[in-house]
Design a protein around this ligand. Structure first.
Ligand SMILES: Nc1ncnc2c1ncn2[C@@H]1O[C@H](COP(=O)(O)OP(=O)(O)OP(=O)(O)O)[C@@H](O)[C@H]1O
Length: 254
């Protein structure tokens, strides 16, 4: 299987500090890969370097065989690698459905003015977008909330809607930064189900930072373990669970 994302020898140094040190891994379509490690391990720096928010000192990032390492965040997103942030910022006054529709508008040919002027093609596109947004919400079991203002949702529900909005643009690769942080145990479980569904049913390649190790063990196909900027282990959840280096370097800090 060819990889969607191929990271090779990626490093980010901040005046002498090796925040990310020669990290390599691959991500395939339909795969969920978790990145774990103690505080300061370099997980966020890895995400920033891949998505264009930090300038790598060395290394390569291939997105479907295209080098993206020196591209801007905007261009990387356009090429099909999307990410969520810990505080994604939905439009509070818009409904859940409208928020998801903003993720879909990037794909449509009609402009806002076309819609205002009632041009037929644009209006048809708008109807199509609305239907697609509803379908996506249904897939994520959020359709009952479609007409609720996003500002009225709980933190966990907002995070789910943010992910739905991000996947609405159908990116082949999705980077999720701690999607389950601060969620109740039930909401965490729901979040992991959503992540598995996105990879299983939509074939999205998902890279995720998550501190809740039990969730990672249940949801990820493969795990990358980092400490002090470097990769200390890589493998399936079973392999990671019994890796001595991980137990010492990671769980020792926990
Ligand atoms: N812009 C920056 N300038 C200088 N040092 C930085 C910068 N960003 C991160 N670092 C340092 O790089 C190291 C890795 O940080 P990073 O935030 O990537 O770790 P992390 O694994 O995401 O940690 P956490 O789990 O706490 O979010 C840390 O020592 C951090 O202080």
């Amino acid at each position: 299987m060819t990889s969607l994302l191929k990271v090779e020898g990626l490093s980010v140094h901040f005046s002498g500090l090796k925040a990310l040190d020669d990290v390599s891994f691959e991500l395939e379509a339909g795969q969920v890969r978790a990145v774990i490690g103690p505080n300061g391990a370099g997980k966020t720096t890895l995400f920033n370097a891949i998505s264009g928010y930090a300038r790598p000192t060395a290394g390569s990032v291939l997105l479907e065989d295209t080098e993206i390492v020196h591209c801007s965040p905007h261009l990387i997103a356009e090429k099909g690698l999307r990410r969520t942030f810990q505080n994604g910022g939905l439009f509070a006054a818009l409904t859940v459905l409208e928020n998801v529709m903003t993720g879909l508008h990037t794909q449509t040919p009609g402009t806002f003015f076309d819609v205002l002027l009632g041009r037929r093609k644009a209006v048809e596109a708008e109807i199509e977008i609305r239907e697609k947004a509803r379908d996506l919400l249904k897939l994520m079991s959020m359709d009952h909330m479609a007409d609720t203002p996003a500002g009225d949702l709980s933190g966990g529900q907002q995070r789910i809607v943010e992910i739905v909005r991000t996947v609405a643009s159908e990116p082949p690769v999705l980077l999720l930064d701690e999607p389950a942080v601060g969620l109740s145990p039930v909401a965490r479980q729901q979040m992991m189900e959503i992540i598995k569904r996105l990879s299983g049913e939509k074939g999205v390649g998902i890279l995720l930072i998550e501190h809740a190790v039990e969730l990672v063990m249940a949801a990820a196909d493969r795990i990358l373990v980092m400490a002090a900027g470097a990769r200390i282990s890589e493998g399936t959840p079973e392999e990671i669970r019994s890796d001595k280096a991980v137990l010492e370097a990671y769980l020792g800090h926990a």
